[in-house]
Design a protein around this ligand. Structure first.
Ligand code: BGC
Length: 437
């Protein structure tokens, strides 16, 4: 089962989850630095995988696995510590060295501008993604990065998982309306980055890293069928329709609470966002969902626990639904014909405390990857233009609150900072060598 000639075999990480060095070389305090220093979190990303100091070793691991692409994120607060104004050259130099090391190893760098971590000053002064000021500063920051790295980085992603980020604004903003506004602002920010990229004259492509996946009806009842249709519109198409069609899906705008939550003049914003567009759809996909009829603004609710008709779970309890990958790709390819697709994240976690011996014989991860990739191949064979796959994650890393979920191809012994390749890394290396399964 061979993949198309130029198909990329990647792995992904994000800055806060691996870099550490949270207060070095002039870096500003970020939203995660503040959040995870709160007492309710027993672990944080202050040191994480110490990638900031060990990136050469990590690139060497990637080379040994044979990765042809690597997705990482830039930490905004390393570059513009206060969110606007002064640019910290030492932060830029770090990413510049990383990019050089990747290119020397023959690995194509895919850089994400924002992976859930902004300078805290923008949260305090401007309520983060609730304001257009933050969007503007994000556009300025993007322009700095295109200038600094755009001679070597040709592949950019704007904002990781806007839907998930927006959930945080339920409390910061006006309840559910805060979520809708934050997501809309992130689309505006995306457009500003795309405009900055186009006017930088740099070569390459810039696109999304949304989180998405097919939703199936929980039962065969007409009510659940409708719920699943609404879930798909909201979970898969809400943002992408604006980028590729210029407006939010009509069926969802018919919901008074959605429409009234959107900022005044959102239609005109959508026209601007559509004009900027997106060169590709990058999407993170972990699991398919089941939806049932519920008394919510859009008439659906995802079913997380009981009743999900799949009993096989990952080590951290997520349903394993390899077909869901196939259906997700097919649906995106059909709704947005002619748009290149990248799977910017997909992965399997084992869950255990870091004090326990690492699970290096990770047959379950291998089986997960094999089955998900088989479904990627199936969609490609039927005509979908999928250009690459990024396994999440290269390293066992800080999983937003704890180190217990282990997603890595490579184990990291945290006290010793010792890296050990798992069985899955060898399996992936062989798959890459064969350019297929
Ligand atoms: C995020 C990662 C996260 C992963 C596993 C994705 O939602 O982009 O930062 O570690 O899922 O939970």
């Amino acid at each position: 089962m061979r993949f198309p000639e130029h198909f990329l075999w990647g792995a992904a990480t994000s800055a806060y989850q691996i870099e550490g060095a949270w207060n070095e070389d002039g870096k500003g305090v970020s939203e995660n630095d503040e959040k995870f220093h709160r007492p309710e979190y027993r672990e944080n990303g202050d040191v994480a995988c110490d990638h900031y100091h060990r990136y050469r070793e990590d690139v060497e691991l990637m080379r040994r696995i044979g990765l042809t692409a690597y997705r990482f994120s830039l930490n905004w607060s390393r570059i513009i510590p206060e969110g606007f104004g002064r640019v910290e050259q030492r932060g830029i130099d770090f990413y510049s060295r990383l990019v050089d090391a990747l290119l020397e190893a023959g690995i194509r760098p895919f850089a994400t501008l924002y992976h859930g971590d902004m300078p805290i000053a923008l949260m305090r002064r401007h309520q983060g993604w609730l304001s257009t000021e933050t969007c503007k500063y994000y556009g300025d920051y993007a322009a700095v990065m295109f200038k600094a790295l755009g001679d070597r980085v040709r592949d950019w992603m704007t904002i990781n998982e806007p839907r998930n980020v927006a959930q945080e604004y339920r409390e910061i903003g006006d309840g559910a309306a805060g979520v809708v506004v934050a997501e809309h602002r992130m689309l505006q920010a995306h457009a500003l980055a795309v405009q900055a990229f186009r006017s930088s004259g740099r070569l390459g492509q810039i696109g999304t890293a949304i989180s998405t996946g097919v939703a199936y009806p929980l039962t065969t009842s007409a009510a659940d069928e409708t719920a699943a249709r609404m879930a798909v519109l909201h979970d898969m198409y809400w943002n992408l329709d604006v980028l590729y069609k210029g407006s939010y899906p009509d069926e969802l705008l018919a919901s008074e609470s959605m429409r009234s939550a959107l900022p005044d003049g959102f239609e005109a914003d959508c026209a601007v966002i559509h004009a900027a567009g997106s060169d590709f759809i990058g999407f993170n996909h972990y699991r398919a969902n089941w939806a049932e009829r519920a008394d919510t603004p859009m008439g659906y609710r995802f079913v997380w626990d009981r009743a999900v008709p799949v009993k096989e779970l990952t080590g951290n309890g997520w349903p394993i639904v390899p077909d869901g990958m196939y259906h997700t790709i097919r649906m995106l390819a059909e709704r947005y014909p002619g748009v290149a697709l990248y799977i910017t994240e997909n992965g399997y976690a084992d869950s255990y405390p870091v004090s326990e011996p690492p699970m290096l014989e990770d047959a379950a991860r291998v089986s997960f990857m094999e089955r998900y990739l088989t479904n990627v191949h199936r969609a490609i064979a039927e005509g979908a233009d999928v250009r690459g796959y990024f396994y999440w994650s290269l390293l066992d890393n800080y999983e937003w609150g704890s180190f217990d979920p282990h997603f890595g191809l490579v184990n990291v012994d945290l006290p010793m900072q010792k890296r050990t390749m798992k069985q899955s890394a060898s399996w992936y290396a062989a798959t890459i060598r064969n350019h297929g399964l």
